[in-house]
Design a protein. Structure first.
Length: 203
């Protein structure tokens, strides 16, 4: 009964959500597209011809936005789940945390990447501290990987949760990059602990 009540609340929340409605109009697969759009409007990251790696890409709304704006560039999308095809993207189905998946990404690169972005999060347990720690570990893994494949002036964008690993992630960002910012888009729900770390220019 409780589960039904929760899912009913979720459905009601979704149907009232302006970003969910807008995503249907704009043809995005998820409302999360608008988080990346806001990040791009603020930090002016994407332009034609870039090479972009999208980690934890499913259902694909970040890759959809990237494919619109980088046009003749290259987008590599990675996720555990199968995704519907997105124009101008190469897709890898696999676990990003495995070495073999990371090697597959590197093999598809003909040159270093301009942007590595990650909207990865673990399946939530409802225990906020645990979710924050596990998602934080994914962010750190993606950040360390980006160090090897980004151009010197490249960008790393990742979801992070406010919690016990937050300071650790920001400190790691500052160790690897010259510029580190944390930003919470308007399209990120107020009751969500998520923010996004935007790192630029490798040290």
């Amino acid at each position: 009964m409780k589960k039904n009540k929760i899912s009913k609340n979720w459905i009601n929340k979704q149907s009232r959500d302006a970003y969910v409605r807008q995503s249907k109009i704009d043809g995005y697969r998820a409302r999360s597209a608008y988080k990346l759009i806001e990040i791009d409007q603020k930090y002016k990251i994407f332009k034609t011809g870039l090479t972009v790696i999208d980690i934890g890409a499913a259902p694909g709304s970040w890759s959809q936005y990237a494919s619109k704006v980088v046009k003749k560039g290259k987008i590599i999308s990675i996720d555990l789940k199968e995704m519907e095809i997105i124009l101008n993207t190469l897709q890898i189905k696999g676990d990003f945390t495995l070495k073999e998946t990371q090697e597959k990404i590197k093999k598809l690169l003909t040159k270093k990447s301009n942007v590595v972005m990650s909207d990865m999060a673990v399946n939530t347990t409802g225990i906020k501290d645990l979710d924050s720690i596990q998602t934080g570990e994914l962010c750190k893994e993606a950040m360390l990987f980006s160090k090897d494949i980004l151009i010197e002036k490249g960008y790393f964008i990742s979801k992070i949760f406010m919690g016990s690993t937050f300071n650790e992630i920001v400190a790691l960002g500052k160790k690897i990059f010259k510029e580190v910012k944390v930003f919470k888009p308007k399209s990120s729900r107020k009751d969500s602990k998520e923010s996004f770390i935007i790192c630029k220019n490798l040290r």
